[in-house]
Design a protein around this ligand. Structure first.
Ligand SMILES: [Zn+2]
Length: 526
């Protein structure tokens, strides 16, 4: 689908999007109501016990660490933490649910009423067509890079994950066309946080930014590994459209199976256009769950959507309700680490790096830790020109280093280029020992071999010559050998200087410090 088609639809219709984001609390290490370990993969049905297999008579014991992590997640997203809470049973039949009910939360979730601010910049801004004349809230605020908008969080509750069905012979793991199905209960009972947003999102890009921001907050907290491909973070979207300026919501569909941020964006863009086409043709939207097929790039109907009363929620009789002490909640709040927005602001204020770079570096704690370590090694305590070197460190990380890590499929912590080596490289360039062009070659060699930049410069004889007498000697030779050009320069054709610099560099086999060569040449010509 062409991007323009989405923009054309958004001129007439406003999209209303809410997200439901499930995140496995992998930090809790054991399952929600038993002691089985939480881990991805493994031989099927080996991480199970009578509790998570739903054997008759087995009793659940709540995982205190999982509850603590969920309260921390709520505090990190400005939620109110309930002083009184409890688990409910959600009844439904599906073969991956051994008890035929899921222990979840209903009207008393642990966290509610939060918000998260997102920033949209770049091309994503074009999707928000009402930026200057918003008709209905939530209102976006313009800033230098694009706009900011606050997305409300209805609630975060805790529940247990299901097992996993494997449909043998079905395409894309779906049941259609399968000959038989297998079930693996290793995942059953894993602590699962479900975060539900208010219907405050207006564009596919805002949905993507929200999911990315949330992932960066969860990673900073350490609550989960948030691996979308392995399913430890899963995003479902509710989307409806309404004519611009009209208040009542349209009929929504729920879209599932987006296992990347791009898939989330593309599935929503497809669904908005599909609903508009249906309405334009005089049809009606039915409330249903739809499946995003990433290879066909379309959504298809999965089932009609259940209403809450279909689940017959009732309080879990095997567990007493929870009563939290406000002091306990305060002690958790005091444990919150620096979150991505605060980290971004600190990078801009302390290191003077561009906001866009700061956002990227602060979004991933591993990247941020690397950045700060490299800056510390590039800038001796109390040295001047801090901003200059920090900006160069950021440029290297977001440019050559990221490209290298992507190509090699390596995590930043496992790279051959340590933060200290990157700092060393930045110092070599900043002190004029090597040129920017040479630095690229040194970086590639360090990434390849793991040898430090200074050692590579030494071994390859790349050191830039900054010695004044050596430069002056080369300049004299070039001036003596090119009287016509020198005459031209002195006659006012000063642009010939570039050619003369090139001659000096050639005389010095490319090792002259360009700035010093330039300076010496001008001095001697005048
Ligand atoms: Zn178990």
């Amino acid at each position: 689908m062409a991007r323009n088609r989405l923009l054309e639809v958004l001129e007439r219709y406003e999209a209303v999007i809410g997200l439901e984001i499930h995140t496995e609390v992998t930090a809790a290490q054991t399952k929600m109501f038993c002691g089985c370990p939480v881990a991805f993969g493994g031989e099927p049905n080996t991480r199970v016990c009578p509790v998570c297999l739903g054997m008759p008579g087995a009793l659940p014991v709540p995982n205190g660490a999982a509850i603590e992590w969920t309260v921390l997640a709520g505090l990190a997203t400005d939620c109110d933490i309930a002083l009184w809470s409890q688990f409910h049973r959600k009844q439904y039949f599906y073969p991956d649910m051994p008890k035929d009910y899921q222990i979840s939360q209903y009207d008393l979730p642990f966290c509610s009423g939060g918000e998260v601010e997102i920033e949209v910049d770049g091309e994503g801004v074009t999707q928000r067509l009402d930026l200057d004349t918003p008709l209905l809230p939530p209102f976006a605020v313009r800033d230098a890079d694009g706009y900011r908008v606050r997305i409300g969080i209805t609630r975060i509750h805790l529940e247990e994950d299901t097992g996993k069905m494997i449909h043998v012979g079905g395409s894309e793991g779906r049941i259609a066309g399968a000959t038989h199905s297998l079930v693996d209960f290793n995942r059953a009972g894993t602590p699962l946080m479900e975060l539900v947003t208010e219907p405050d999102i207006r564009t596919p890009e805002e949905a993507r930014r929200f999911a990315q921001k949330l992932r960066s907050i969860w990673l900073a907290l350490g609550v989960s590994d948030c691996n979308m491909e392995e399913g430890s973070m899963r995003v479902d979207a509710n989307v409806s459209i309404r004519r611009r300026g009209v208040e009542p919501f349209g009929v929504k569909s729920e879209v599932k199976n987006m296992n990347s941020f791009k898939a989330l964006h593309d599935a929503l863009a497809y669904e908005i256009v599909r609903q508009a086409d249906t309405l334009d043709a005089g049809g009606t939207i039915v409330q249903e769950t739809r499946h995003w097929d990433a290879s066909a790039r379309l959504t298809s109907s999965l089932r009609s959507k259940e209403e809450a009363h279909d689940y017959r929620y009732f309080p879990e009789p095997d567990m007493v309700p929870f009563s939290f002490d406000p002091e306990w909640i305060d002690s958790l709040a005091a444990r919150l680490p620096e979150l991505p927005d605060a980290r971004r602001d600190r990078y801009v204020a302390t290191f003077g790096i561009p906001k866009r770079d700061a956002v990227t570096l602060a979004a991933d704690s591993a990247l941020g830790v690397y950045f700060e370590a490299a800056v510390a090694s590039a800038i001796p305590v109390g040295a001047s020109r801090d901003g200059q070197r920090a900006r160069q460190v950021a440029n290297w990380i977001l440019g050559d280093l990221s490209a290298h890590l992507n190509a090699a499929g390596v995590e930043i912590g496992a790279s051959n280029v340590t933060p200290a080596m990157l700092g060393e490289l930045v110092v070599l360039v900043d002190e004029g020992a090597i040129s920017g062009k040479q630095a690229k070659e040194v970086f590639a060699a360090t990434a390849e071999t793991g040898d430090g930049p200074a050692a590579i410069v030494e071994a390859r004889g790349m050191k830039q010559v900054s010695d004044a007498s050596a430069i002056e000697a080369a300049v004299r030779t070039v001036i003596a050998a090119n009287p016509a050009e020198v005459e031209n320069y002195r006659g006012g054709k000063t642009q010939v200087i570039g050619w003369l610099v090139g001659q000096v560099m050639r005389e010095m086999r490319g090792q002259g410090n360009p700035a010093l060569v330039n300076e010496a040449l001008r001095k001697m010509l005048e």
